[in-house]
Design a protein around this ligand. Structure first.
Ligand SMILES: [Zn+2]
Length: 923
């Protein structure tokens, strides 16, 4: 829980560096799409969008993925995806080398991805539409002229092996177990796209060539081009690059190759992993929805959507009637093949209470089968959908370039024509009228009674549990079917009670003016302060943030109780209201109010139309005068904590976490609760914590374009008299100085995880923070080059370095995984790379970064969010808004010497911690 949160001040400025070509966000309507096919079978889709001058996005899909591999080709579809970027007939030095020479970089300008069904190549040329010729030439080389040589493969598989290694972990293991359970009866469980380690290490180039020759043909490929171009010119380019390729038909495939074979059965599955905390029982039905695809299936898909929404609402209402050790019950539906689907009900249970969980699940299923869904609820959901459809039908769909690319690409991938939202709205309006409550209930029954069934038990950590036999489950079903049950009924929502009104009025006692920044500072009679910037954050809106030092490490608080209290408070509704009412009321008022607590501070953020100023401040006031914590939400939080507890004793990851904490800090920042503390936790205890937290003096930051008197009246009425107490300063919790290294054998997989931390003392200033950010970008490039491109020892790395304004330290963290044999070597290479990092920083690279920084500055200036963060940052350091006036000249700090000076402090051998986790010893 001691997650470090970076202050969003100056570092945020640089996020945009990695995304060139971010321009004005112009929206356009659906482009006129052209489709065509060459004589050899290559299909293409062209969508001209002129809104972003010169911009273009190219995708080529080869309709072959890991499901199309044979038994000796495990992982080959993905390996081929890597290899086609290497030597080709026209470019024996490699396609990616040729692209790099033209200034293209991997990730930003070209990329590829392989999954079960297909391999997709994406290109967005650095020079936009001017680069389209090169993009198509490269794609033609890759898909028709790749050489795939043995020496190239032997080199490339080092990187693929690290990619495989990087995916190892509990999430992947659990996912594989779920795939085996839910997609049983198909190829999916045996065809993980990344392949098996042995196949990655040993498959010869000839096997890759065989896959390539079988599937990489124009008749099995589709091209999508979106952007600023003339379709006729692009057609000519496509013809020029692809028409000469031979027309070869690929083997015919059956739909059944991509679906599960379903049958009447009840399987019982036990899911467990020593590192996973999931504790759940679920009942899943599998069925086929082939007839629901395409345009003809639209009505059926609408019925599905309504059924799932009504069901979700009904289950939520049933929640309060469930036994104590049973948490949330939810319904989920997901695609498991081309047309096969899984639908299930899932309940969270306390570790150990699986029998009760199963009984509950069977009873709720029985209740649904017997009584169905409430007709009023169906009517309610339908009326929401009608409203939405009316809105959609009323205006043409409008999207930005990036949005269109995403939207059109999804439809294209599914080989469906894109139907825009206006047409969908019109269609929905017509169809909704014909859909009855009987249709919805028939659909739910069909799902619940589909004969192919799976009951799954997810058991956390090392908890021992043996699952029941199918026959035992059947007996329970039969028995529960004779119980008398009552239907879940919809409660009509009554008119809302008026918001409670408490008197927290007070006075504004003084005013200070900062005209250069359009800021006024007000002192209030309760000791709080208001910093008001007279500017509208967006059309007619206002933004509000209350800041205090009541972080969860604050003096006099219990850190875990404090965190729980602020978390639960988020859902808290005022007296006489329920959570749902409160949520809907906020939605109606278009108002948001959220509470977040970090180690050292508490932020309450609000946002509303300017006309709702009083409502927003009133809602804030109620957090202090009329909050209550719902006992039901405490129950769920205790469930979560209890599961964590079970994991804590046994899991490798929590052992790792403990070791890291000791190594870096010498102690934990706070103690976690034990079982006794959890079981005796009451709402009153949490309310007591919140009382202390909310009493710390506050500075309010307000951005609003309002008459001074309007704001003043609201502030004096709702804020100026809130009772405040003492501030809650926290003892600093920082990494210890010195050089320490530790190697632990705690990995259950054949990989080494290397993490390196270092820090240097450096007093924060906006200029130095910018220099560190520039150095971070340049050093990341260098590290990737050394560790991936040259040493071929890693697939990915995570590197961050930041001048922390709270600790006044430059704090650096580097993480990567590699093979256990190479862990020491690569850690050493990384340290050397740091030592030589300065040499990578020269006038040319700094100039490039400076230009990039200026572009992102210009962009960020248009984001109110940035101005807000800067205003707060300014007050934190200078206790006035002066920093806002310094921002525009920040780029002057980006000099070669300045960036070099900071780069030399990124790595400090005197304050260095290296933690290496190796595989566990085989017993
Ligand atoms: Zn890959």
């Amino acid at each position: 829980m001691c997650k470090r949160r970076r202050f969003a001040g100056v570092t945020l400025l640089l996020l945009a560096l990695s995304q060139p070509a971010l321009g004005e966000e112009v929206k356009t309507t659906l482009p006129v799409v052209t489709e065509g096919v060459l004589a050899n079978g290559l299909q293409y889709t062209l969508a001209p969008i002129k809104s972003d001058a010169g911009r273009i996005d190219v995708r080529l899909s080869v309709e072959a993925g890991s499901l199309d591999e044979t038994n000796d080709q495990s992982g080959v579809a993905h390996m081929v995806e890597h290899m086609v970027f290497r030597a080709s007939d026209a470019w024996p030095e490699g396609v990616s080398t040729a692209l790099a020479q033209q200034g293209w970089s991997r990730g930003a300008n070209y990329n590829a991805v392989t999954n079960y069904e297909r391999t997709q190549f994406m290109m967005s040329p650095p020079d936009g539409v001017k680069g389209l010729g090169l993009a198509l030439q490269a794609l033609a080389q890759m898909t028709a002229h790749a050489r795939i040589t043995q020496p190239d493969l032997d080199d490339e598989r080092k990187v693929i092996l690290e990619e495989w290694r990087g995916k190892l972990g509990v999430a992947a293991r659990m996912n594989q177990q779920r795939i085996a359970a839910l997609r049983e009866g198909s190829r999916y469980p045996d065809r993980p796209t990344i392949g098996q380690v042995a196949s990655i290490e040993h498959t010869p180039a000839t096997t890759l060539q065989a896959f390539y020759q079988r599937w990489y043909h124009p008749a099995n490929m589709r091209l999508l081009i979106i952007g600023d171009f003339e379709p006729e010119k692009v057609k000519a380019l496509i013809t020029q690059n692809f028409a000469g390729l031979p027309a070869i038909t690929v083997p015919l495939r059956q739909d059944s190759d991509y679906n599960q074979q379903l049958k009447k059965q009840l399987r019982v599955i036990h899911l467990q992993d020593s590192e996973s905390g999931g504790s759940q029982v679920s009942w899943v039905n599998r069925f086929d929805e082939k007839q629901m695809q395409g345009t003809a299936g639209y009505r059926d898909r609408l019925i599905n959507q309504i059924t799932l929404s009504v069901l979700t609402r009904q289950l939520k209402r049933q929640q309060n009637a469930l036994p104590d050790s049973i948490g949330n019950i939810v319904a989920r539906k997901s695609e498991t093949g081309r047309s096969t689907v899984a639908f299930g009900l899932f309940v969270d249970v306390m570790p150990g209470d699986y029998k009760l969980g199963l009984e509950t699940l069977i009873r709720e299923r029985e209740r649904l089968i017997r009584f169905g869904l409430d007709a009023d609820e169906v009517a309610d959901v339908k009326s929401d959908l009608l409203d939405a459809a009316t809105r959609l039908a009323g205006k043409p769909e409008n999207r930005t370039f990036t949005d269109w690319v995403q939207t059109l690409a999804i439809a294209w991938q599914q080989q469906q024509p894109y139907v825009d939202s206006q047409q969908r709205g019109v269609r929905a309006l017509a169809e909704l009228k014909t859909i009855t409550s009987a249709d919805i209930n028939a659909r739910l029954k069909k799902w619940l009674q589909a004969p192919d069934q799976v009951v799954q038990f997810s058991v956390p950590g090392r908890v021992v549990y043996s699952v029941p036999l199918p026959s035992e489950i059947q007996r329970m079903v039969t028995q529960i079917s004779t119980e008398s049950l009552t239907p879940t009924v919809m409660v009509k929502t009554s008119a809302l009670a008026p918001l409670p009104d408490h008197d927290t009025s007070g006075k504004r006692t003084s005013v200070k003016n900062y005209p250069a920044e359009s800021v006024q500072e007000w002192q209030l009679s309760n000791g709080d302060r208001v910093v008001w910037m007279k500017t509208a954050p967006a059309k007619g809106r206002l933004w509000f943030e209350a800041q205090s030092n009541a972080g969860y490490l604050g003096y006099g608080l219990s850190a875990w109780q404090a965190q729980l209290a602020t978390q639960l408070l988020r859902y808290g509704a005022p007296t006489g209201w329920n959570e749902d009412d409160y949520r809907r009321w906020k939605q109606d008022k278009d108002l948001s109010l959220s509470v977040s607590q970090q180690e050292y501070n508490l932020e309450i953020l609000g946002n509303a139309p300017a006309s709702e100023l009083n409502t927003l401040l009133h809602a804030y006031q109620l957090l202090h005068t009329d909050n209550h914590i719902d006992p039901a939400s405490i129950k769920n939080s205790i469930l979560t904590f209890a599961r964590q507890q079970v994991m804590q004793d046994s899991s490798l990851s929590s052992q790792r976490q403990k070791e890291v904490t000791n190594l870096r800090y010498g102690r934990a920042s706070f103690a976690m609760p034990d079982e006794a503390q959890l079981s005796t936790l009451s709402a009153a205890t949490l309310a007591e914590q919140w009382k202390k937290i909310s009493a710390a003096p506050v500075t309010f930051f307000v951005m609003a374009d309002l008459p001074e008197n309007t704001l003043r009246e609201a502030v004096e009425r709702y804020l100026a008299g809130i009772k405040r107490g003492v501030p809650l300063p926290a003892a600093p919790y920082v990494a210890l100085p010195g050089h320490r290294e530790k190697v632990s054998q705690l990995n259950s997989e054949p990989k080494a995880d290397v993490t390196l931390w270092s820090y240097s003392d450096e007093v924060w200033s906006p200029e130095r923070a910018v220099q560190v950010s520039i150095a971070e970008n340049l050093v990341t490039r260098h590290l990737k080059k050394v560790l991936r491109d040259d040493a071929r020892g890693i697939y990915n790395l995570r590197f961050s370095t930041v001048l922390n304004d709270r600790t006044n330290r430059i704090e650096t963290e580097l993480r990567f995984s590699t093979s256990p044999e190479r862990a020491r070597e690569l850690a050493l290479l990384a340290r050397q790379a740091f030592e030589h990092a300065q040499s990578q920083i020269n006038d040319r690279t700094v100039k490039e970064m400076k230009a990039s920084f200026r572009r992102s500055q210009a962009l960020w200036q248009t984001y109110d969010f940035m101005t807000q963060r800067r205003l707060i940052l300014s007050y934190r350091h200078f206790n006035n808004p002066g920093y806002l006036s310094r921002v525009s000249s920040l780029d002057n700090a980006i000099t070669t010497d300045g960036v070099r000076a900071m780069a030399s402090r990124i790595y400090n051998p005197k304050n260095l911690v290296i933690y290496t986790v190796l595989p566990q010893e085989k017993k």
